[in-house]
Design a protein around this ligand. Structure first.
Ligand SMILES: [Zn+2]
Length: 238
């Protein structure tokens, strides 16, 4: 017996360990990267469908920052003309209830982002690498699962956004829910959004006043499907 055999066996063992790690990560994350997987899931559980928000949320208006250069990366990460955004059925319906309640106060929902294809989260991570602000791709994010939304409020009469603690994607302490060195108006507006979102089942994110998510995210797979593919699928299936 030569000395090289145990070495080769050892190398083989290392390869097997690495491969099992990859398999484990893929199994935990379950990235659905084609429309057929999404379609199959919806056939089993219709609540997994992605709902275009304008179809169920009155007065909602879109300002999808990742379809423009006006975001923290300075590059457009979604196709330029993207004018659709989605959530799964339960959070979409809950958001409709939020909007109804806001309407009675003369307010509407202004959206910066909702469903986000997984490959965009991978790009964010390469740029920021801080879990307080962007999701670690090994876990996937609520946006990738179609259960998270970034939003603010606007006045239905004037069209003006309400005065909030910061703009979108401000990664400073000012964006934290506990940050208090603010005007009364900003604190009240942040609180108003929080109260209505929580009342309708959404959960706050402590470091971003604009980000809310739906509970039980684990029941929704991470999706890496483009906006174009989703809208084509929806047209065929409506
Ligand atoms: Zn968000």
């Amino acid at each position: 017996m030569t000395k090289s055999i145990p070495k080769k066996l050892f190398q083989l063992l290392l390869v097997i360990i690495e491969l099992s790690k990859v398999a484990e990560a893929q199994e935990v994350l379950k990235v659905a990267s084609n429309i057929k997987q999404l379609k199959l899931g919806i056939e089993i559980d219709p609540k997994l469908a992605l709902v275009e928000l304008k179809s169920v949320v009155p007065n909602i208006r879109y300002d999808l920052k990742y379809a423009t250069k006006e975001n923290f990366t300075g590059i457009a990460l979604y196709p330029r003309k993207t004018n659709t955004t989605y959530l799964r059925v339960d959070p979409a319906i809950a958001l409709g209830h939020v909007a109804e309640e806001l309407k009675s106060k003369g307010l509407g929902i202004h959206v910066w982002d909702a469903f986000r294809p997984y490959h965009v989260t991978v790009k964010f991570w390469e740029l920021i690498k801080d879990e307080r602000y962007v999701a670690n791709p090994s876990k996937g994010s609520g946006h990738n699962r179609g259960i998270a939304i970034d939003l603010t409020l606007y006045n239905l009469t004037s069209g003006q956004q309400l005065d909030m603690p910061t703009g979108f994607d401000d990664f400073s302490e000012k964006a934290h829910h506990g940050f208090d060195a603010l005007s009364e108006t900003k604190k009240l507006n942040r609180e108003l959004l929080k109260t209505i979102m929580e009342k309708n089942g959404f959960i706050i994110f402590p470091t971003e006043w604009w980000h809310y998510y739906w509970p039980h995210g684990e029941q929704y797979d991470v999706l890496d499907i483009s906006f174009k593919r989703i809208s084509r699928f929806k047209k065929v299936n409506q």
